[in-house]
Write a protein that binds this ligand. Structure first.
Ligand SMILES: Cc1cc2nc3c(=O)[nH]c(=O)nc-3n(C[C@H](O)[C@H](O)[C@H](O)COP(=O)(O)OP(=O)(O)OC[C@H]3O[C@@H](n4cnc5c(N)ncnc54)[C@H](O)[C@@H]3O)c2cc1C
Length: 436
């Protein structure tokens, strides 16, 4: 008798299990080959091949191999933000966190085009690409990630980010910041400036501080980290602070907004940052993470609200502003769900199920969502936060009371070590689920 292993179970829940849960088992679930796209089937075009877009493309084809799915992504390869802080800690190389689109093409029959979407015509149901090509769709999915609110900090624009990197989109910016850390003298100061909410990956800044601290402890032990925060608290704060005291005593100073943490101006030539209480700080390396909003392609398509994000029906993720267009991932307003790769992956699967249901004229599933964010405080010291979310009566996704939770405050070294292992396991699984 063949054994149904844990790995089989995970695979089952990822694809077929989810299908039956949504009542979508009647469809053909396995693409016959890379060329099996049914040319006559309904057409879905997806903008952006990150965690949201790639997962949605794959799962649309898994849920219904008769769909004609085209993914438009501007880059030939995708560097994941998850794991990019580990690169700064010297624990990974950028190649280790770089994903290809080969499996989407060859295993799942997704038509992947590397180009930039420059315009959407929601009336004609067409998108225009930078190359001049036009694609027609029956449903459009937008998962373009985030952009930055340049100008929120005086002197900080795209050009300034080549001197004081943000590294909040992984890739060349990650490499630049890592090179700066390698080049700085022992005894120097690393300044990091996290933005106000909402922004992608709330635990990302303190994880970055932790990973840079690990790098310093290993290579430049006299160096310091100064976090000038535009907020007065941060994600998993007590757990991070405890980890910093244990692993990097005296190395990291965090300044909240109300005590002079809010940066209002930078001077890249002088290498200084200036806070709203009149203080000036000079770093050897400065990492500014600007406030964020949905990218221009979303606003130019009429998908954004006054706050700069895309409101959606939080069951189907169809835009409440432009019918026929679904917005998923960081660009969307998803109630209490944080902007994370885990959420984007989760939302993408639910949106794929909703789109298949809409094409078939059957009821759209009412799923719960889940998010888990692991952070490494050190290579062998992990912490996490997790929750399950369901649609509330107000149409907003809300955390279910009592679901999920935080790592224990009094966790032992063994527990922290196990969670560090889970963090790395999580990375492998989410990447395999989204791109494999
Ligand atoms: C330092 C850091 C660490 C993180 N760590 C974690 C973590 O541990 N766990 C976690 O769950 N999340 C983590 N995140 C958050 C996670 O990276 C994002 O939430 C996730 O990438 C969102 O997916 P997305 O599909 O919305 O956007 P993205 O992943 O940004 O993908 C958007 C894609 O769209 C493409 N695109 C944009 N515009 C166009 C266009 N006009 N035409 C064609 N293509 C276009 C872009 O090139 C990009 O590939 C981290 C983020 C950062 C910055």
């Amino acid at each position: 008798m063949s054994r149904f292993s844990r790995r089989d179970f995970v695979k089952f829940m990822g694809a077929g299990g989810a299908l039956s849960a949504f009542g979508l088992t009647g469809c053909e679930t396995t693409p016959k080959s890379a060329t099996a796209s049914a040319k006559a089937g309904p057409r879905v075009v997806i903008v952006g091949g990150g965690f949201g877009g790639a997962t949605c493309a794959k799962y649309l084809r898994l849920y219904d191999a008769g769909l004609n799915v085209t993914l438009v992504e501007q880059n030939a390869r995708y560097v994941t933000c998850p794991g990019s802080n580990w690169v700064l800690g010297g624990m990974r190389k950028v190649e280790d966190i770089t994903q290809s689109y080969d499996a989407l093409r060859s295993k799942h029959g997704v038509n992947v085009i590397h180009d930039t979407v420059v315009a959407v015509d929601a009336t004609a149901k067409q998108v225009r690409l930078e190359s001049g090509q036009t694609l027609s769709y029956d449903r459009l999915v937008m998962s373009p990630g985030i952009d930055f609110r340049w100008g929120g900090i005086e002197g900080y624009d795209e050009k300034a980010s080549l001197v004081m990197p943000h590294a909040w989109k992984a890739g060349p910016q990650t490499v630049l910041l890592y090179r700066q850390l390698q080049a700085m003298p022992d005894g120097g100061t690393f300044i990091m400036a996290p933005p106000t909410m909402p922004f992608r990956c709330p635990p990302g800044p303190p994880e970055r501080a932790s990973m840079v601290a690990h790098y310093f402890k290993t290579h430049k032990p006299k160096s310091k980290i100064l976090i000038l925060d535009a907020k007065d608290n941060f994600s998993k704060q007590a757990l991070f602070t405890q980890g910093w005291d244990r692993l990097y005593p005296g190395m990291i100073e965090w300044v909240p907004a109300t005590s002079g943490g809010k940066i209002v101006r930078v001077d890249t030539a002088a290498g200084t940052v200036h806070t709203d209480n009149g203080d000036t700080h000079k770093g050897s390396v400065t990492n500014i993470i600007p406030a964020q909003l949905a990218p221009r392609i979303a606003s130019a398509s009429g998908l954004t609200n006054a706050a700069g994000w895309c409101p959606v029906n939080q069951t189907t993720f169809e835009s409440t502003l432009v019918p026929g267009i679904h917005v998923i991932g960081d660009a969307s307003v998803a109630g209490a769900l944080p902007k994370s790769g885990h959420s984007a992956n989760n939302i993408a699967k639910m949106t794929a199920a909703a789109i298949v249901s809409l094409f078939r004229g059957v009821p759209v599933p009412q799923p719960s969502h889940v998010n888990t964010c692991y952070s490494l405080v050190g290579p062998d010291y992990g912490i996490s936060i997790a929750a399950v979310y369901r649609l509330g009566e107000d149409g907003q996704l809300q955390g279910i009371k009592g679901s999920g939770g935080l790592s224990p405050a009094d966790g032992t070294d063994q527990q922290r070590s196990r969670e560090a292992g889970y963090a790395q396991g999580w990375y492998k699984s989410i990447v395999a689920d989204s791109f494999g």
